[in-house]
Design a protein around this ligand. Structure first.
Ligand SMILES: [Fe+2]
Length: 523
């Protein structure tokens, strides 16, 4: 069914003798900020107007200490203003509680992925000084709710930011905000959180119900009695509504351990929750996420439109990202980047030293497949899960999946992703892949010693799945600078490339933000 064919665009064989040139720049502190810089971009379609925002960790050490984990780096934002025949680039450091408190203390503040070098210490009078700092190094993702632009990580709060000035404000205010007596230093939680419970994590991927302005989100609840009273809370909010609003609790799904869920599936009638990670009680003196987020398989919980819970079991898998979910005649399907061991561990993906060691990173066993799981709600296999892995280059891996936003939660054919080990041997052999899962055809964008980030699909006016552009950052390891690449989504040919003045390290999810209704971008 999923036979494979590959089309090649802008492809060249990796340069012999210069393996992985400039790879280290992905984890090398970026230069200071770039003031607004513009270039002509006559190749862009007229409909493409807005701001492309993509952020990531970009400062990995200070005079006093250095981070060991890539994701711990201080966040930096990159903004591209697109429209009117021009592209303008500006960058700014993220002003967060994490950055401010770390600066004040002279050491990293709060929960981080790995302990710093040298390790942090707290005063004797406050030995758990890192347990009460909100986690807001929010370079992971972005969402617009009413008039608010909010930055996201897997925390219980969203950080408001002005995309014009880069000024950060307070956390997004909700009408049902409540500051509990336990864990209140981490910020307010929804008032429906059970008394005595701690909201330990949120998700950086609130997901829209297709055809609505309603977003589904989750919150992990750690109960006071381990093993008996932890939940993944599922709630919704209206992304078109300005100002404070209540979060509507949809369901409180009981779990044996406190779940951790980076992303999940949403269709018009179902919410799909793979419960495959748990949050351990952290070392209060040196709280870290690596080792604090552990493998924990409880199967897949699916909520139907009546909020009835259906539990499915299948072979355990671990995931960061869902590709897409949709319904068909016999149930609901979820495509997901599936690992056979957790990717939340010290490996060449997340640890700076291991990322920089070519032998270690090239032999990293933590690689995923894109797996289709079908949860049967009717027919002879009701209650069962059937699975199928899509064809891919042996030993490759891919992640940061995106699709045409009009097809989210709906039947679809095409996803875009960044790929490692595209040659099956070298992690740094990277590509942007367009995979048509209906036909099996794959199309690649790949250049030697060039390391792309997540591909964002911005739709064109027709609504057709391939009408639009695909844009992403790519670090050119030979020029030691990054560039913005904009491809035609159908042909994968380059429409525009904007070379930037310096390198941008690893980045996470980019978001294209259209101008407010009735306005156009003049840059
Ligand atoms: Fe993510």
């Amino acid at each position: 069914m999923f036979s494979s064919a590959v089309a090649w665009c802008s492809i060249a064989v990796a340069s012999a003798g210069t393996p992985d040139l400039g790879w280290e720049l992905l984890v090398t502190t970026a230069p200071e900020t770039t003031a607004r810089t513009c270039v002509d971009a006559p190749g862009l379609p007229d409909y493409l107007q807005g701001r492309y925002i993509v952020s990531g960790p970009a400062r990995f050490e200070t005079d006093n200490y250095k981070f060991q984990a890539i994701f711990d780096g201080f966040g930096k934002m990159n903004r591209f203003e697109v429209g009117g025949g021009s592209l303008c680039y500006t960058s700014a450091w993220l002003n967060t509680t994490f950055a401010r408190e770390s600066e004040k203390r002279g050491q990293a503040a709060g929960m981080i992925f790995e302990e710093t070098i040298p390790p942090r210490s707290c005063p004797l009078t406050d030995p758990m000084c890192n347990m009460n700092v909100p986690g807001d190094n929010d370079w992971v993702n972005l969402i617009q709710i009413g008039d608010d632009t909010c930055l996201l990580t897997d925390a219980t709060q969203m950080l408001k930011i002005d995309l014009e000035t880069f000024e950060t404000h307070d956390f997004k205010v909700w009408a049902d905000d409540f500051t509990p007596s336990v864990g209140g230093g981490l910020g307010p939680v929804p008032s429906w959180l059970k008394s005595g419970h701690i909201g330990t994590a949120g998700s950086a991927h609130p997901t829209r119900r297709a055809g609505t302005n309603t977003y589904v989100d989750v919150l992990s609840e750690m109960g006071p009695v381990p093993g008996q009273s932890s939940f993944i809370d599922v709630y919704t909010f209206d992304a078109s509504k300005a100002g404070p609003q209540n979060r509507t609790l949809v369901s409180r799904v009981k779990a044996k351990k406190t779940p951790y869920l980076h992303s999940f599936g949403v269709t018009p009638n179902y919410i799909i929750l793979p419960i495959n990670h748990a949050m351990a009680i952290p070392d209060m003196l040196h709280p870290t996420l690596m080792g604090g987020i552990v493998e924990h398989w409880e199967g897949v919980s699916v909520l139907d439109k009546d909020n009835k819970l259906h539990k499915f079991d299948t072979d355990p898998f671990y995931h960061f990202h869902v590709v897409n979910s949709f319904e068909n005649a016999t149930g609901v399907t979820m495509d997901v980047g599936a690992f056979d061991k957790t990717p939340v561990q010290k490996s060449g993906f997340m640890d700076i030293a291991m990322f920089l060691n070519k032998t270690v990173r090239d032999t990293n066993p933590i690689r995923n497949v894109v797996r289709r799981l079908h949860f049967h709600f009717s027919g002879p296999q009701t209650g069962e899960v059937t699975t199928e892995d899509f064809d891919q280059v042996a030993d490759s891996a891919s992640d940061l999946f995106r699709i045409h936003p009009g097809y989210e939660g709906m039947p679809y054919c095409i996803y875009y992703a960044m790929q490692w080990w595209a040659d099956g041997e070298n992690m740094a052999s990277m590509a942007v892949v367009k995979h048509n899962v209906c036909t099996g055809v794959k199309t690649l964008w790949q250049q030697p010693n060039t390391y792309p980030g997540e591909p964002e699909m911005v739709p064109g006016p027709s609504g057709a799945e391939e009408d639009g552009v695909v844009m992403f950052l790519a670090l050119d390891g030979e020029k030691r600078k990054s560039k913005l690449v904009i491809l035609d989504a159908e042909t994968f040919t380059e429409l525009e490339v904007m070379e930037l003045p310096s390198h941008i390290p690893f980045t996470a999810h980019g978001r294209f933000v259209p101008p407010a209704e009735g306005q156009s971008m003049v840059v």
